[in-house]
Design a protein around this ligand. Structure first.
Ligand SMILES: [Zn+2]
Length: 266
């Protein structure tokens, strides 16, 4: 029996077939919960939030399923993160930062930073502290902290109004700007994955770095793929019992067998 994958799910959700939506619930609700706990810990008491997000996600016209769409599971989860954040903000917008920071100011302040250092700083806009960022980047905490301290000093020098933690305060706005800032020179999804997986020659990496060091869109995408990798490693699919109430909520027929029983042909 062929194994049902994320790409089968995307095709089925696009066609509004129940198999696709059931797989989405079983496999990606744990990822969505993880994202909500990370980005919206302050709304965790709102138990219905995930229900509203799921109902809104169950839309074949969602940008999540638009063609050409994700070519790999990691890309899909990086897109899922964007869509979940967008839906939560549509549900109830977060407050604005007291001191604004835009990408132009950030670029000029962090001009001497390397591609890696820029990712260490960018993860702060995604609400990852130095310890979590060290895990995501497979580096020492002290390396992360050093890059962030330098970034704070550089921003303090570049801004008339400054306070510590501007990357985090402006995280949502910076993420939106970076997403909208795609250029003709931006890397293909295949290139991002090759770099992250270390399947690339030194010479080609140098060419890519030449672009990425100037491009927050690409820095953001790199960080989101790393976040997706991590989220997928840290979560396991729901059991049939756990998935059932959520499938009912979405009006889906109940799964008779768990995902693992299906995969194993049990
Ligand atoms: Zn780019």
């Amino acid at each position: 029996m062929a194994i049902y994958t994320c790409l089968d799910m995307i095709r089925d959700c696009r066609a509004n077939r129940p198999e696709g939506w059931s797989y989405l619930v079983t496999t990606y609700v744990p990822v969505i919960r993880r994202l909500l706990a990370h980005y919206y810990a302050n709304r965790w008491a709102d138990a219905e939030l995930i229900h509203r997000v799921l109902k809104a996600l169950r839309n074949p016209q969602s940008p999540l399923f638009a063609a050409p769409g994700a070519g790999t599971e990691r890309e899909f989860v990086a897109m899922l993160r964007q869509e979940v954040l967008r839906l939560v903000e549509a549900d109830q917008p977060s407050g604005k930062a007291e001191v604004d920071l835009d990408l132009e100011t950030l670029s000029s302040a962090l001009e001497p930073f390397t591609v890696t250092e820029k990712q260490l700083v960018w993860f702060e806009s995604m609400a990852y502290n130095a310890e979590a960022t060290a895990l995501l980047m497979n580096l020492e905490v002290s390396t992360v902290q050093k890059a962030r301290d330098r970034a704070e000093e550089a921003l303090r020098g570049a801004l008339d109004r400054w306070r510590r933690g501007l990357m985090g305060d402006n995280g949502l706005a910076l993420g939106r700007l970076a997403l909208a800032g795609r250029t003709a020179d931006c890397l293909s999804s295949k290139a991002y994955l090759e770099i992250i997986d270390g399947r690339i020659t030194w010479a080609r990496k140098k060419d890519y770095d030449f672009h990425v060091v100037r491009c927050w869109h690409c820095v953001d995408f790199f960080c989101r793929i790393r976040e997706s990798d991590f989220a997928l490693r840290q979560t396991r699919p729901l059991t049939a019992e756990e998935a059932r109430p959520l499938c009912e909520l979405l009006g889906l027929p109940a799964e008779k067998k768990s995902l693992w029983q299906r995969v194993l042909g049990g």
